[in-house]
Design a protein around this ligand. Sequence first.
Ligand code: SAM
Length: 326
Amino acid sequence: MTGLSDSFQRPINYLRISVTDRCNLRCIYCMPEEGVSMMSHSGILSYEELYTVAKAAAEMGITKIRLTGGEPLVRLGLADLIRMLAGIETINDISMTTNGTRLAKFAAELKEAGLQRVNISLDTLRPERFRQITRCGNLEDTLDGIDAARKTGLDPVKINVVVMAGINDDEIVDFAAKTVSDGWHVRFIEHMPVTDDDGEIKLVSVSEMKNRIESLGRLEPHKMEVGNGPARYYQLPGAAGTIGFITPVTEHFCYQCNRIRLTADGKLRPCLLSEDEIDLREALRSGAPPDELKNLIKEAIARKPRSHHLAEGRAGNSRPFSQVGG
Ligand code: SAM
């Protein structure tokens, strides 16, 4: 196996698979209140089809897979897919991004199937605010999911917080305190303006976040051992957990982008924030040989842009993140 790289010499070893566009929450920055039109069931790739793509990608050099959505845990039998993916010899890292609301029920089964680690999205620690941000969810469900994931031995469990000025930025210190009191790994993520309504949501700069967090003690840089993603990590004195900052807008990390994305309806996306897509579903359903699939994967990688244009106010993303696995 030779390994993959794009036209900017970035090694590509990471495939993100959105297994469904459906979600049981309606987060204010991710989905419009009225919802979005859903993909038809027949339009969504079956587990067999997802496996076929993953296998072809693995044979080309993909070694890491993350499952996302929509909410991956609203798709029935997800552990079956994980088991299939875990059977691909050269895939050595299987992770998932979830809102955690159904993890208490499924964590043990997923771990047993081969899931190694999870990122759990949680933007507030306050029940009332949780309901407002998600428009329908219960904080308790996600907290139970976090507990279950940690007890089951999914490791690490990272908590992803999208920071929005005037909406949840008054909880930055509360989340940071959880890294000391409960050993949480918390990552603060800049909100990305991708839909027309999003312009209203304002960023909080990393330096401002650090200032506030340092009311708890001095932040020391920290090196994370698992998941060498785009976050910069720190630790508070006495904390077992870590604090990460992810800055897709103010300081993008496209130069180290190692990923391609597969949407639930079978489109390969070279970049989260570009409309460019390569259709794999047609090839899969017309019985194309593995080499043809591999050529399409190569093409998607060749079409990866150098960077996105969020900082200039251009998202270039024609679909909500619920469809492309934000
Ligand atoms: N349902 C799962 C979840 O909640 O993690 C997976 C899908 S969700 C689209 C993946 C991640 O994208 C979540 O952490 C969510 O907070 C993030 N996200 C969605 N829209 C975003 C935006 N406009 N800016 C930054 N992050 C966003």
